[in-house]
Design a protein around this ligand. Structure first.
Ligand code: CA2
Length: 143
């Protein structure tokens, strides 16, 4: 069974409660349950985490390497736009990371158009709501 980590960053714990016009009405647990079902059909097992702390995202990336996960689906949320520390961790762990965003970051404010983690991720999936998570899992399963 392939092990895939789903890693969610700051404020994503609030999904489904506010800004539902942008992020949808599902809670993060709804999205994780949905993704686990889709992943099971692909023969993959999911471990999911959410944290509001930059350093914890970095620690979890190192854990993914130590525990031999085959990849990480990462929604680093606002950190995507400026965290060089997360970018360096992704480059350092050398396991494939798929960058995901629920919203289309290029259709929003200009400060969201730049992601500093994209160049060290295998690719980016943005704008398809909760579908971005199973799509990221599928990419990692096919790699
Ligand atoms: O579209 C995405 O998935 C984002 O990564 C979400 C981040 C945002 O900073 C990125 O630019 C794009 C923000 C997550 C905040 O989530 C909330 C959830 C409910 C209510 C308010 C914020």
């Amino acid at each position: 069974m392939k092990k895939i980590m789903i890693l969610n960053g700051p404020n994503l714990n609030a999904l489904g409660t506010r800004e539902t016009n942008i992020y949808g009405s599902d809670t993060l647990s709804d999205i994780i349950e949905y993704t686990k079902k889709e992943a099971a059909a692909l023969g993959a097992e999911i471990e999911a985490y959410q944290t509001n702390c930059e350093g914890e995202i970095i620690d979890l990336l190192y854990r993914a390497r130590e525990e031999e996960f085959c990849g990480v689906v990462l929604n680093a949320a606002a950190y995507s736009h400026y965290s060089i520390a997360i970018r360096d961790a992704i480059a350092s762990v050398k396991i494939p990371c798929v960058e995901v965003h629920l919203s289309n970051i290029y259709a929003r404010e200009e400060f969201r158009h730049k992601s500093v983690i994209s160049p060290v991720c295998v690719g980016i999936i943005s704008g398809f709501g909760k579908l971005v998570y199973p799509l990221g899992v599928k990419v990692l399963c096919e790699m």
